[in-house]
Design a protein around this ligand. Structure first.
Ligand code: PMV
Length: 329
């Protein structure tokens, strides 16, 4: 038997980093997905084939043996192992699994690939074991996997990968679904510089230790921007959404998580007529996101490309995690 599952990537529109501490963030699922396919194997190993991402290897318990891609594979593929192990523990069964994973969008650049992979893995392994996991359990088990890699994640990535659509996410609260967003045109710019979310969250934490009052007031201001951004988005006031994105970028810059590459792409998009632009995700490299009006999408994409970035046009997707047995299709 083979089970397939997929989950969407995401962009954070407002509130990255502040959401780790308090307050809301606005996050949107995108129409690019991570796909996972699982089938049982005779022994108790987990074989992960991520060859399209340049990685593959075996987990024998915690021990990773690389076949392709070397030791970085252990770091990149570990959430998948933790996710699969978590499901087996939760359902009280242990099996060996061949798992393959592919992504429709670049990994390790702030678009939520690791959470989408963890969510799709939980759903697929759950279905393989006929575990009937509900969405909340899928998200929680994927969160455990995220914790192993990111240290102190807020839970935003696994939540959006599970439910899809647009969400206002705040730790310890039920997420608010943003309905009727319409077709908001975004252009992502990928710097191509990979970075670690855990390290960047750690850096903000250290800055906060050294400058508690100043950093806390920046984090509070970001939370406020996220609240206002939510309202503007629901009102369809895109000029204001853009303005608030610009303010949010400045505040993230002040936290030290922007980079020369990100700033270059943000400026290029704004000069090409974007209504707003900011880094998205943990920063330090990875991606920025710009808000376009339809007639400027091409110009903004070109400007991002000319400034050394990789443009990616995305739409908001209402589709969260999906899982099916292959014979069902
Ligand atoms: O993993 P990324 O790059 O999408 O960043 C996630 C957003 C942070 O707020 C920086 C971390 C978190 O767990 O919320």
């Amino acid at each position: 038997m083979r089970v397939k599952a997929s989950a969407p990537g995401k962009v954070i529109l407002f509130g990255e980093h502040s959401v780790v501490y308090r307050g809301p963030a606005v996050v949107l699922a995108i129409d690019r997905r991570v796909h996972v396919s699982v089938e049982p194997r005779e022994d108790e190993l987990l074989f992960v084939d991520a060859s399209s991402l340049g990685l593959s290897g075996f987990f024998n318990g915690e021990k990773y043996t690389s076949l392709v891609g070397g030791s970085i594979g252990e770091e990149r593929l570990k959430p998948i192992w933790v996710a699969a192990k978590g499901v087996m523990e939760r359902l009280g069964r242990r099996i060996g699994i061949n798992l393959s994973v592919t992504s429709e969008f670049p990994i390790a650049v702030g678009l939520g690939s690791s959470a989408a992979a963890a969510v799709a893995t939980v759903a697929a392994v759950g279905e393989l074991l006929e575990g009937r996991l509900i969405s909340e359990e899928i998200s929680l088990l994927a969160f455990e996997a995220e914790k192993v890699v990111h240290g102190m994640p807020s839970g935003i990535d696994n939540t959006i990968a599970t439910y899809g659509g647009g969400l206002v996410y705040e730790k310890g609260r039920e997420a608010e679904q943003l309905r009727g967003l319409g077709d908001v045109p975004f252009v992502i710019g990928n710097t191509g510089v990979s970075r670690s979310t855990g390290q960047l969250v750690g850096r903000v934490g250290e800055l906060r230790e050294r400058n508690r009052m100043v950093v806390d007031s920046i984090l509070d201001t970001i939370s406020r921007v996220a609240q206002l951004g939510r309202d503007a988005l629901l009102e369809g006031d895109l000029l204001r959404v853009g303005e608030l994105m610009n303010i949010n970028h400045g505040l993230l810059w002040a936290l030290g998580v922007s980079s020369p590459e990100l700033d270059r792409l943000v400026n290029a998009a704004l000069n090409a007529g974007a209504l707003g632009a900011k880094l998205t995700g943990a920063g330090g490299g990875g991606c920025m996101i710009s808000l376009a009006i339809p007639e400027r999408i091409d110009g903004i994409s070109d400007a991002i490309g000319r400034s050394g970035g990789f443009p990616l046009r995305v739409r908001v997707s209402n589709s969260g995690v999906r899982v099916w047995k292959e014979e069902d299709r």
